[in-house]
Write a protein that binds this ligand. Structure first.
Ligand code: DGY
Length: 318
């Protein structure tokens, strides 16, 4: 019999699948994460954890919970997990690739469109009663059609984003650790240096994960290299961006705007200067948030847990 901890409320159908494997303790909250101490205590006697990005899975956790077999992370990213410690303690880590690819690309596209046509400003303009007449350049934005769009990170999500750009006849540039010749052949994406991508793109779209190579990649020098009419979109991870530098770049008019689904410290503090910039759009890390995709992410966690406790390799081991 397994002892399973689920750190957030999940639908009954998935909880029942886990109950077939053993005793399940679930933190019965949708939005409130488990406090760290509560989490460490609850994990101590468990063999299986189903966790979210809110939990830091570090050496302290592995020392506290010596019976763990698998930790299923409800995300494709796993920057909340110390993989070296996991390996040292012989614990399998799984993630949720593939199922969220299209959904996350779609949110990225929605953000790019919202920023390009200044939708939040336009909505506020009407709601604030400022709409008095039509003006030739009132809330004038920027076309995506025929634009140059630079994608930083040409993994599955980058490719799904590029596929959508085909319908806009956009020029697709990309920069990635390694070349993605499939994306080049199938989508006509051009591989460029990071600097060329930054200098030339109308839209710079970041889909890359957080790694030692990508952290703090977007700093003042990078924003200064961008076109002053460029829009920066981030659906990767918040720590790729030096946020004070982004704020400075927005204030100085070094770029035209940004749209971010991720920030360095989530949830963002209400006094964060990014929230005061009219040309910054921030959404609360909802890239994969459709009901179908969230169901599929939880199901993927359950499948990986079943794999391991039934003696098979986890299908999405990282
Ligand atoms: C992921 O899966 O890594 C997302 O950021 C969470 O939806």
């Amino acid at each position: 019999m397994e002892k399973i901890l689920v750190t957030r409320q999940i639908p009954a159908k998935f909880k029942q699948r886990l109950e077939a494997l053993g005793e399940v303790e679930m933190w019965d909250h949708h939005l409130t994460p488990m406090p760290r101490e509560t989490f460490l205590q609850a994990a101590a006697d468990k063999t299986v954890l189903l966790v979210t990005l809110s939990e830091q899975i570090d050496n302290a956790l592995f020392q506290q919970a010596p019976h763990l077999k698998i930790i299923a992370n409800m995300a494709v990213g796993y920057d909340n997990i110390d993989l070296v410690s996991a390996e040292q303690h012989g614990v399998v880590i799984s993630n949720t690739p593939h199922v969220l690819t299209e959904t996350t690309a779609e949110l990225g596209f929605a953000l790019m469109m919202a920023a390009s046509r200044r939708l939040p400003e336009a909505i506020d303009y009407v709601q604030d009663g400022q709409w008095e007449s039509w003006g030739p350049y009132l809330l004038a934005g920027k076309d995506i059609y025929h634009a140059k769009v630079g994608i930083f990170g040409m993994g599955e999500i980058g490719k799904a984003f590029a596929r959508r750009l085909k319908g806009f006849n956009a020029d697709i540039l990309y920069h990635n650790r390694s070349r993605n010749t499939k994306a080049e052949h199938e989508l006509g994406a051009f591989y460029t240096s990071f600097e060329t991508l930054i200098r030339e793109s109308d839209f710079v779209v970041c889909t890359a994960p957080s790694t030692p190579e990508t952290q703090n990649k977007f700093d003042r020098s990078v924003f200064q290299m961008m076109r002053d009419d460029a829009i920066f979109v981030n659906i990767g991870r918040g720590d790729l961006v030096v946020e004070e530098d982004l704020v400075e770049a927005l204030i100085a008019g070094e770029i035209a705007g940004c749209a971010l689904d991720v920030v360095r410290d989530e949830p963002i503090r209400m006094d964060h200067p990014l929230l005061k910039q009219p040309n910054a759009i921030i959404t609360p890390h909802i890239g994969s948030a459709t009901v179908l995709t969230r169901d599929q992410m939880i199901q993927t966690c359950v499948l990986n847990i079943e794999d391991v406790v039934q003696g098979r390799p986890a299908r999405n081991q990282v």
